[in-house]
Design a protein around this ligand. Sequence first.
Ligand code: SAH
Length: 372
Amino acid sequence: MSDELKLVFDEPPQRKKVPKHLADFSPAERKEFAASFGLPGYRASQVATHYFSHLSNDPSTWSDIPAEMRQSIADQLTPKLINLVRSITCDNGMTRKDLWKLHDGVLVESVLMRYTDRVTVCISSQAGCGMNCPFCATGQAGLTRNLSAGEITEQIVAAARACADGELPGGATRLSNIVFMGMGEPLANYNAVMRSVRNITDPNPDGLGISARSVTVSTVGLVNGIEKLTEEGISVTLAVSLHTPDDELRDSLVPINSRWKVKEVLAAADAYEKKTGRRYSIEYAMIRDINDQSWRSDLLGRLLKNRNAHVNLIPLNPTPGSKWTASRPQDEAEFVRILESYGVPVTVRDTRGREIDGACGQLAAAEKTRED
Ligand code: SAH
């Protein structure tokens, strides 16, 4: 074997390990993490206070740590895991999409949206996605890798910092809501997502102190993941991307349906609702002439009428090259009318960020094309 070939066989492409970050660990583990650098445990608490309570990324201001140690401690405990490539805004700056490069060059995105009564960030839990839903831009490229809890939390802390620093029009504000509706399937990266959720909900200085009900975890319907979440004892809002009430179509729109059927997914969501008392949300992308017929609305109404669920209709945001488009307004209106006739609460998601392909993986996909 030539040396060149030998090299190829001996060294399969190795992913560089994601650097460890304070946000990867529980508050108790953070002390051991600090100890691994020869630091006393209280340094972990000090840095957590700067990171989660003050949202500070400027160690020169960390006056409870000796000046000459600040930078190295910051680098050890809170290494910069996400680097901003580009931001684009729309809606007069009230919507901002950030494209982040991770330490190994992988790209992910998050979207920050300011409303009159709240500020929501939509974050990515994976680079790419393995769920392969044909209408979703992220699904087209497959799964690159899971994000670490640190990489997920960094997106959230960056959003909280942007709010506090008054980067959005309207002045300084607080980040109020976090939705796991960016790239990836959160329940397929369960542990990192749950660590991130705790980082959101733990009170200062261990976390951001945002209530669990302000956090939405959206899933294609991984029943084992929903069951685990039910046992977790944390009442986040669960969103299930159903997209159609019948297994026949769902097998192709949401391919994991071949593993867990509509009935099983709804039963798992019901058990979650029973345990937490939280109404869940059914996400439904309205695709013209594919899943928007009135008989489907009727079937969905019958499925949901005795359940504590509400339907969130999302006008399809067509992906480049897709033959599918959003429903006609009259079909959407009829769909809503039928659901309401069953007493099912329905909202039509606003199309925030549509011009910038908000939260459908399209910015990262475009950037990749530019680089290729
Ligand atoms: N994997 C998770 C979360 C990511 S996507 C999930 O599937 O729930 C967040 C939501 O956006 C999902 O309901 C998803 O189906 C929807 N979505 C994806 N691509 C879309 C598109 N092109 N237009 C409208 N909604 C889309």
